[in-house]
Design a protein around this ligand. Structure first.
Ligand code: SIN
Ligand code: FE
Length: 304
């Protein structure tokens, strides 16, 4: 198979290389190229020295009692300004909004600076504030992000677009966010695809008509949701899968395509997160996208 010059070969690197550390900021062309290649290979790009600065008074917002108890996170939709999952007084709600707006803008600027090749194509999706201990979320296996998984959105089909997420640990007590990072996407998908099944005829139309999904859940979205659920529900996989423990210190930022990188959040609190969607045409190598990998493995087209 021919490879464009300067592009990394499509072989997966060993697990100890699943995190690419970039210690220079602002990034120069070499770091930008390294970050892009690492992300498209399914690795985490770790910026240990790039901190999102909190303003005075914002530490008081890093408080688990602000969560409404039903949602995993406090979320913000930059396109509508809507905040979800928050339970607090009006003043603190205003401060939360200001924090989320500022973080969202900072994240977009950071992602564009690190990944100029994606700059014009990045679509801003949800912003989240995660003030709760990961360890204390008692939930069903499917909702348990302490289990290795790839991300897929039940209500918001991405229709083939990539899910790129930027995280910043802003914990004032200096606790790290600890993750497990797992194997590359292709062996993972090869393992679980035979059990993924196909969407029931008419199901996507019904979900959309009932407004249970925003837009159509494509065959690709169905497959990704099934991979997410199958991985989390498989106790043997969770026990035996290759994984590497990674700590992201307070004051660090990291980015990853969470639709392809197996990940699990084990410890820590007070993380801010920004989600971007990226059309695969903006990738240096769209063949590395989960869409193209799944289409190759199934021999089917997964978008209408
Ligand atoms: C996840 O995306 O599964 C959780 C990541 C985190 O909150 O650290
Ligand atoms: Fe996740």
């Amino acid at each position: 198979m021919s490879q464009a010059v300067g592009r990394r070969p499509r072989v997966s690197r060993p697990l100890q290389d699943r995190v690419a550390q970039i210690g220079v900021w602002p990034p120069r062309a070499a770091q930008q190229a390294e970050a892009l290649a690492a992300l498209e290979q399914g690795e985490v790009v770790h910026l240990p020295r790039l901190a999102f600065p909190l303003l005075e008074g914002e530490e008081s917002l890093l408080d688990p009692s602000l969560c409404d108890g039903r949602s995993k996170n406090i979320s913000f939709d930059p396109s509508t300004g809507r905040i979800g999952g928050l339970k607090t007084d009006e003043l603190r709600a205003l401060l939360v909004r200001r924090l989320m707006e500022r973080f969202s803008a900072w994240s977009l600027a950071t992602a564009r600076q690190l990944l100029p090749a994606y700059a014009g194509a990045l679509q801003l999706a949800r912003t989240s504030l995660r003030p709760c201990d990961v360890e204390n979320r008692a939930i069903s296996p499917r909702k348990d992000d302490r289990r290795l998984h790839v991300d897929a959105f039940p209500a918001n089909p991405v229709q083939g677009r990539r899910i790129l997420r930027l995280f910043a640990n802003v914990d004032p007590q200096g606790r790290p966010r600890v993750w497990n990072v797992g194997e590359p996407f292709e062996p993972f998908a090869t393992r679980f695809l035979p059990r993924a099944g196909r969407p029931a005829p008419g199901a996507a139309g019904l979900l959309q008509a009932l407004k249970l999904t925003k837009g159509r859940r494509t065959a690709y979205d169905h497959a990704m949701l099934r991979l997410h659920d199958l991985a989390k529900e498989d106790g043997v996989y969770q026990e035996t899968a290759l994984k590497r423990r990674v700590a992201f210190d307070s004051g660090a930022t990291w980015l990853v395509f969470t639709d392809a990188a197996l990940h699990a959040a084990l410890e820590g609190r007070n993380v801010l997160e920004q989600t971007f969607l990226l059309p695969i045409g903006a990738m240096a190598d769209p063949a590395m996208s989960p869409l193209k990998i799944l289409e190759r493995l199934t021999g089917r087209t997964l978008l209408p």
